[in-house]
Design a protein around this ligand. Structure first.
Ligand SMILES: *[C@@H]1O[C@H](CO)[C@@H](O)[C@H](O)[C@H]1NC(C)=O
Ligand SMILES: *[C@@H]1O[C@H](CO)[C@@H](O)[C@H](O)[C@H]1NC(C)=O
Ligand SMILES: *[C@@H]1O[C@H](CO)[C@@H](O)[C@H](O)[C@H]1NC(C)=O
Ligand SMILES: *[C@@H]1O[C@H](CO)[C@@H](O)[C@H](O)[C@H]1NC(C)=O
Ligand SMILES: *[C@@H]1O[C@H](CO)[C@@H](O)[C@H](O)[C@H]1NC(C)=O
Ligand SMILES: *[C@@H]1O[C@H](CO)[C@@H](O)[C@H](O)[C@H]1NC(C)=O
Ligand SMILES: *[C@@H]1O[C@H](CO)[C@@H](O)[C@H](O)[C@H]1NC(C)=O
Ligand SMILES: *[C@@H]1O[C@H](CO)[C@@H](O)[C@H](O)[C@H]1NC(C)=O
Ligand SMILES: *[C@@H]1O[C@H](CO)[C@@H](O)[C@H](O)[C@H]1NC(C)=O
Length: 486
């Protein structure tokens, strides 16, 4: 169904939009692992101005949930993995989690937050975590479900568990022998029974970008939905893109263990724009456009024709400079928008316009940067840069990144500046044993941006100070003028 008729039906039948607008169910992941996150009111405006009506969170931040109230944006709240142990062992803890983080926002008088899902854990089955969360997961999910029932919210809010794509074995492999990882067998058996019993969908990450990194066989064109891509066969079906192949891997495994019709939600899917080869805005634009047009075509996949995923959440809304880079430097660059809410490229997500609108009136720190002082002996500068990078975000300097080919010592400056911005431009954070120099000349190059961070509320502590300085300055002017000093 084309988006326009969808929109019309939506307008006339606002009570039951999802029945008619299945193809419109595209949302975004909104993560906040950033040193200077865009303030929630600006993010919610960004969502609304781009007509993004579904958002998946990784926690239950009260500022964020409060800001989403009355917005009519459907929300998935998340329970961090570290809380699973306690939520398994204590029904009381589950009750208070639901009360504090769900009920409170849904019984807010007129202005409610539309919470649709509670995601128990964030990819708790990631292979790199080992089995540490397996013993608590089902207990935690059951306790949260019971707490929602007690709060009479179980008909509105469903409990789900976001699963990583490495929950499947041979998933990257085109082998017909796909199955859940053996260490997951017992937990997954219980999880699927739980989801089935409560009519909850299976949340899963699909990542053609990572699949492309890991499977040299699959071409970039195949990952990017290009018509010209060389097709691949899997279980006697022909696949024209990596997404369908991964999706049908999930369908195959669910069917094999007795759930051929379980709804699937693609909980994370995206293409990063920096920090690795083939991570660029151009390719990300091609990928997201291909994905959206594939979803809108309503073709489905060879195993589920005309049945696209129930919902699809793009990874991610914004770049986050403090995401873990354990699986790659690209992890901090999944955003449709830069950290400050500026569109990296343009795509019609269903907003009905081909252009994405930027965040408005973003407040930045001053136009100041920290660079290396070329007049100093720089023989130890690299060590200082490494130290800066241990805290700051130097992912753009990595091979394939946007700043990879800037020459020495500009790359040192990049590291210094990142550290300086992350520390709110405090003078002592541009010291580096005397090698740092604060400048008002933007050192950015054509392909390599030296960012200035967003002014955030914790810099409120500096404001009274600035205010005093302004008063002092104005007073000085007023006092000095009559004396002819101005
Ligand atoms: C999970 O909670 C149940 C119920 O309190 C408890 O019996 C069980 O030992 C817990 N599991 C773990 C691994 O702690
Ligand atoms: C959610 O509820 C728990 C339990 O009451 C509380 O400790 C926590 O701070 C709340 N917020 C988040 C973001 O988890
Ligand atoms: C792919 O499948 C083969 C056998 O079917 C197996 O030996 C290999 O480990 C698999 N590779 C991955 C990445 O799963
Ligand atoms: C667990 O293993 C058994 C025996 O191999 C298999 O029949 C079953 O389908 C597996 N279940 C899941 C959820 O993978
Ligand atoms: C993937 O590559 C391997 C080795 O290059 C080859 O044996 C295999 O047939 C390829 N698989 C597909 C599906 O193209
Ligand atoms: C980027 O994509 C091209 C084309 O598929 C491929 O040859 C190259 O190996 C990729 N680079 C990396 C680092 O994966
Ligand atoms: C560089 O570091 C070494 C070891 O810390 C130190 O001895 C040396 O004086 C430093 N050189 C400069 C120019 O700062
Ligand atoms: C750096 O790489 C970009 C492409 O990624 C290229 O256009 C630019 O000319 C390069 N700059 C230098 C100094 O090599
Ligand atoms: C900067 O570039 C030099 C020379 O290419 C390299 O040795 C050094 O590791 C780079 N430093 C950083 C922080 O990227």
């Amino acid at each position: 169904m084309p988006p326009i008729s969808c929109f019309l039906i939506f307008t006339f039948l606002t009570m039951t939009p999802t029945i008619f607008c299945v193809v419109g169910a595209v949302g975004v992941n909104w993560g906040t692992m950033a040193s200077h996150p865009l303030p929630p009111p600006k993010v919610v405006k960004l969502l609304k101005s781009n007509n993004i009506n579904k958002v998946k969170l990784f926690d239950a931040d009260s500022d964020v949930l409060q800001t989403l109230s009355g917005s009519n944006v459907a929300v998935t709240v998340g329970i961090p993995n570290a809380m699973l142990r306690n939520l398994n062992s204590s029904k009381k803890a589950a009750d208070s989690w639901v009360h504090d983080n769900v009920t409170r926002y849904m019984s807010n008088g007129g202005s409610v937050t539309r919470i649709e899902y509670v995601a128990v854990g964030d990819e708790p089955f990631l292979k790199s975590y080992g089995e540490q969360f397996h013993p608590f997961l089902i207990g935690a999910a059951m306790n949260i479900q019971a707490s929602l029932k007690k709060a009479k919210l179980d008909s509105k809010v469903k409990v789900v568990v976001p699963c990583s794509f490495d929950s499947f074995e041979s998933g990257f492999n085109l082998s017909s022998e796909v199955h859940f990882r053996p260490d997951l067998n017992k937990t997954m058996t219980e999880l699927l029974a739980f989801l089935d019993k409560h009519g909850s969908p299976f949340f899963v990450t699909i990542s053609p970008f990572i699949t492309h990194l890991q499977t040299k066989n699959l071409s970039l064109d195949f990952s990017l939905f290009k018509e010209t891509a060389h097709p691949h066969n899997f279980n006697h079906k022909t696949y024209k893109n990596s997404f369908d192949l991964s999706y049908d891997t999930v369908v195959t495994v669910l069917s094999a263990v007795g759930y051929p019709n379980m709804d699937i939600v693609v909980a994370k899917i995206g293409w990063p724009t920096d920090g690795a080869a083939n991570a660029s805005s151009n390719l990300a634009e091609t990928f997201i456009k291909g994905l959206i047009s594939h979803l809108h075509s309503n073709l489905g996949t060879p195993l589920r024709p005309h049945k696209p995923p129930l919902e699809t959440y793009i990874l991610s809304l914004l770049d986050e400079d403090q995401r873990s880079i354990a699986s790659g430097n690209f992890e901090r660059h999944w955003g449709l928008f830069t950290f400050d809410g500026q569109a990296k490229y343009h795509v019609d997500l269903g907003q009905g316009s081909k252009r994405l609108l930027n965040a408005q009136n973003v407040e930045y720190l001053s136009s100041k940067w920290c660079v290396v002082n070329n007049n100093k002996d720089l023989s130890n500068a690299s060590a200082s840069a490494l130290e800066a990078c241990a805290n700051a975000d130097c992912t753009a300097l990595s091979p394939g990144g946007s700043c990879f080919n800037i020459s020495w010592p500009s790359n040192i400056s990049y590291a210094f500046n990142s550290y300086y911005q992350q520390h709110d431009q405090r003078a002592e954070s541009c010291d580096f044993g005397g090698l740092g120099l604060i400048t008002t000349v933007d050192p950015s190059m054509e392909h390599c941006r030296f960012p200035i961070e967003i002014r955030i509320s914790h810099s409120v502590f500096h404001r009274p100070c600035n205010f005093l300085l302004v008063i002092l300055f104005v007073t000085t002017l007023l006092v000095s003028e009559p004396l002819g000093l101005a």
